[in-house]
Design a binder for this molecule. Sequence first.
Ligand code: NAP
Length: 275
Amino acid sequence: MVDTYCVIGDPIEHSLSPVIYNSLFELYRLRDLHYGAVQVSKASLPSFVQSLADKGVRGFNVTMPLKTQIKQYLAYTDEDAVYGVNTVVRENDELKGYSTDAQGFRRSIQLHDLTYAGSRITFLGCGGAGQALIADCLKHGPKRVVILNRTAAHCGAFAKQPGVTIDSLDAADKWMENTDILINATPLGMKGVGSEFPSLDFVNLLPNTAFVADLIYSPPQTRLLAAAEQRGLANMNGLWMLIWQAFFAFELYAGILPDMDAFSRLYDKLTSASG
Ligand code: NAP
């Protein structure tokens, strides 16, 4: 009997998850496991959850628009999943929910010899992904956190946290000089979205030692990252987080945390897939 895993969401056809997990099943010779993509809308989530046992689903990843809605079906929700669930494991007919996004991003910056501890971090955007990363960053001792968002009211969860400043995205220039790690958690620059930062001049105001991370992975090099590269700043695209969050989810499914060799193979494969 093949154990089934999948990613659910709507739309789902462009998900890179089947490529990632099936590559890992092959790499670790887990031939009795298979991973697919299932289109599940908000309306069809209840029937999907009911059908899990019949379909032999052992676990699944959750993407937009179901990351919060899935919580009502979980017997256990990990504390990292407060801002949304991305991984569900089915054990003894009970569902356990996790989010590996923030852990995946944190591992990605560690692999660039960086840490939140003692660093001055500036986030652009404070949506679902941004909030998960900000909450995780605040648990790891940053020197200072600035959140620049179009809508200040959406950052309310962090407004009273010590060491946190909230400002408008338009005020980016003001904060760059004192930024060690700049993280773009908006969709600005993403393929198909059609919106770009009105100006990237703020990149010129970052210190020479600053690191720029974009959560976007399609295209693999956004205009923000191209501007950072042109300035000679170290930088990282969203494939790092995408792959490492999947690696931590894979660990929950299969009990194996893939290594840097697996990362490099997937990074190359997905760079061509998301170009
Ligand atoms: P989200 O919940 O929709 O949040 C979007 C954020 O961007 C909000 O802060 C929003 O500001 C801001 N924003 C949206 N459009 C804007 C515009 N035209 N001008 C200025 N600000 C704008 O999205 P999300 O799930 O957090 O995802 C954010 C980005 O991260 C996306 O590009 C997504 O693809 C990427 N992502 C990558 C990974 C990965 O593994 N690499 C994982 C998750 C997400 P307001 O509060 O004002 O609306």
